[in-house]
Design a binder for this molecule. Sequence first.
Ligand code: KIV
Ligand code: ZN
Length: 511
Amino acid sequence: MEKVLIFDTTLRDGEQCPGASLNHSEKIQVAKQLEKLGVDIIEAGFPVASPDDWKAVNAIAKLVKKSTICGLARAVEKDIAATAEAIAPAKKKRIHTFLATSDLHLRYKLKMSREEALERISEMVRYARSLCSDVEFSPEDGSRTDAKFLYKALETAIRAGAKTLNIPDTVGYSTPSEFGKIIMGIKKNVKGVDGVVISVHCHNDLGLAVANSLEAVKCGARQVECTINGIGERAGNAALEEVVMGLKTRKDYFANLTTSINTKEIFRSSKLVSSLTGFPVAPNKAIVGSNAFAHESGIHQHGILAKRETYEIMQAQDIGLSANRLVLGKHSGRAALANRLKQLGFDFSGEELDKAFARFKILADEKKEIFDEDLETLAVDEIREIAAMWSVKSVDIQAGNKRKPAAEVILENLAGKRFTAKVAGVGPVDAAYKAVDKIIGEEVKLLEFGMNAVTEGIDAQAVVTVKISTKDGRSYTGKGADNDIIVASVRSYVNALNKVLGSAQRMQLAL
Ligand code: KIV
Ligand code: ZN
């Protein structure tokens, strides 16, 4: 059976979008989950962007064994060299290099002639091939590139040794039939195309990223670049879960094409990425939204009971959704916790496990029934705190309508030094946030504050999501969980501030 390769760029295009930045341990966790999900290629980052990006790609290259590890590089020698070095430890590795080819980009952004662009493609793909046997080339803004010039650019890349040609709809401008014709045109007119894989990379500015990707597959593309939950620049990229379930559910239409994705890991991957980036998934989001498999109306419920297929084209179990399961209780030990966390995809040991176990005990004392969702929330919260610049040690609140709200907050920095601040406020959250501000001293504005319960019941853990902005207008989201809503609020605020402080001074590259 013919296969469509799934190239995941959550850690590159997804992570580079405003507010989604992930710290080192969060990136590692996502990479491990992507490997479990079965993606063929993980685009782990853009190594030249900052030393932190380089380190993350390098660490993922050492860790992941099944998926190919890819790094992005402009068609510039120093980018390609940095990428080759970062991915060197990987068992399977790829350099992805790109150069814009539309007249608009060539003239205004790169100030380069078409001839110069062809020369650069040839030199840089050749250089990349001298460092790595698997090279992918992308003509950026490919969908708005003059067709004849696009063919020339692609032929040049093939001659220089590219094995994958990726066609980006960089600004999400194309429509499905137009994009399909671009792919067919390439298949028909580019010399040497039969020996390479045609890939597509679609953005969602007009809400067509998945439709364009699937049409491209129908027309001969055999690699799709996508992200979990469709996160990415501006309106995002094609959502992996939608592309994969589209191909699986409509294999009759897509000539039995397969992917290597273990669809049962889709829901877990979606939750992990949403929790770590702080980007919520809309309830009506296809495949992974909370309503995607819910049937509210009586007519639908009746139909489903009579025959599931009347209103369901996929099964919730196919994406790994299962009913809440009671898993552990207050008598469960450290080994049982470690074991269950491992089954959920979290490899905790040593100090990390000690910390998680201490939190689990407090949770189990207060909440009798501990579900997988509780453990996942706790684990993700712990990952957020690993190597964080600041972590929350304690929160003591005075609240209610009789006394003036006040908070005493103790935070610890990376060096293990503790700082305390006690401040009054309009309400308990305001007081606690002011105490955090007094310790950390970063000037930010709170833009959004939201709270959800992890499971049902009044004793459920709370997950708080905040969005803050810095003086230069950048926004960051943070998440935090706890049984106590004020503690969860402080954790989320500190998580967002850690992102502000840790955001690497990434080069402002025109992508
Ligand atoms: O959207 C785009 O064109 C890209 C390229 C780097 C492939 O992300
Ligand atoms: Zn992109």
